[in-house]
Design a protein around this ligand. Structure first.
Ligand code: GRF
Length: 207
């Protein structure tokens, strides 16, 4: 079994998409060993409990010291003994020690076509506000490996989504989730679970 940890901060619709994809056989030979949240009120924790998945909270509020917090986060991931860490709307910066230890074993979903509308400051609705303000006609989602930069790691999968003239950031966010994120993240996990992706010089290739 390929074991994954899913890290969340909010609603957890991407987590739900992974749970559903495992149940329906879109993702095979894979189990969610743990869901880790930085926020005890994240609805994602409820989703995990309802699905019978171990859920833990490593709260930033309870561990204000950054170095201590980073250690606690790494400990939570280490304890789960996973093959892959999936960031599904996780809003805490991943500690460098974890990135090094889990090189090409941490993936993130970002709601734009990287390298557009990504990097520091582009999170949540800000990504979609940026796309609408620039007037791009296509946006989408990207699954990528996590490296030391912000949204700079090797790209695994991307999917384009059309932008409509009357879109609001909220409407666009929802369309990108429905048409891209909820499909792309399970697809990427399944590819990795079956060892179908390799990274050469910062670029991924299908094996
Ligand atoms: C998604 O838009 C994801 O791309 C971004 O944060 C959001 C998380 O939503 N990084 P949810 O918690 O999975 O519903």
């Amino acid at each position: 079994m390929f074991r994954i940890a899913v890290m969340v901060s909010g609603g957890g619709t991407n987590l739900q998409a992974i749970i559903d994809a495992i149940d329906s056989g879109v993702i095979t030979d894979t189990e969610i060993a743990v869901v880790i949240s930085n926020n005890k009120d994240a609805y994602a924790l409820e989703r995990a409990k309802k699905a019978g998945i171990k859920a833990v909270c490593v709260s930033r509020k309870e561990i204000p010291d950054r170095a201590e917090y980073n250690k606690a986060l790494l400990r939570a991931v280490d304890e789960a003994e996973v093959d892959l860490v999936v960031l599904a709307g996780f809003l805490v910066v991943i500690p460098e020690e974890m990135i090094q230890k889990y090189r090409n074993k941490i993936i993130n979903i970002h709601p734009s076509l990287i390298p557009s509308f990504c990097g520091t400051g582009y999170y949540g609705l800000k990504v979609h506000e940026g796309a609408l303000a620039r007037g791009v006609k296509v946006s989408g989602a990207t699954v990528h490996f996590v490296d030391e930069g912000t949204d700079t790691g090797p790209i695994i999968l991307q999917k384009a989504v059309e932008i409509k003239d009357d879109d609001t950031p909220e409407v666009l966010q929802r369309r990108i989730m429905e048409q891209a994120e909820w499909k792309l993240l399970p697809e990427a996990i399944n590819l990795l679970a079956h060892d179908k992706i390799t990274v050469v010089d910062g670029v991924t290739k299908r094996k």
